[in-house]
Write a protein that binds this ligand. Structure first.
Ligand code: ZN
Ligand code: ZN
Length: 145
């Protein structure tokens, strides 16, 4: 699968996991701000299966919490991937894929387990109704997506 940013300066390629892409939604404060959207749609893939095709020199990193690197295009501002250095997986931003990923979000509530301690079901359902503005999480927690 290939993905690219809004201006096409940056592109990447990633192997489709054999068991399909496991897509989740994260509505933590950090993701909402970074993506300017109520949710970030992400998928975790092995780092070894990901490679930049072009424009890596155009990417910049914002460390949104300790060790959490959000890579974005310095030309157009698209969020590209997120990763923790040293971890074996990177987090795709599914909306950047240029083809149908062949999967849909597994469950809106997957965000609860993936953002440990961040938000609960009640908060999330409230966030869905309000566009996410009430789902705050403590600053500096690192398990956002
Ligand atoms: Zn761009
Ligand atoms: Zn998040």
């Amino acid at each position: 699968m290939k993905g690219s940013c809004l201006c096409s300066a940056v592109a990447y390629e990633v192997s489709r996991p054999a068991d399909g892409l496991h897509i989740g939604l994260c509505s933590c404060r950090s993701c909402r701000k970074a993506h300017a959207a109520p949710f970030n749609v992400y998928a975790s893939v092995p780092r070894a299966d990901f490679r930049w095709l072009r424009g890596e020199d155009k990417t910049r990193i914002y460390e949104s919490s300790p060790g959490k690197n959000r890579h974005f295009c310095s030309v157009c501002g698209s969020q590209l991937i997120a990763e923790h250095p040293g971890e074996s997986n990177v987090l795709l931003r599914v909306a950047l894929l240029d083809e149908d990923p062949g999967a849909r979000p597994v469950s809106i509530f997957s965000v609860v387990s993936r953002c440990r301690g961040a938000i609960g079901k009640a908060t999330l359902s409230r966030a869905m109704k309000t566009g996410g503005h009430q789902a705050n999480r403590p600053p500096g927690t690192r398990n956002d997506r």
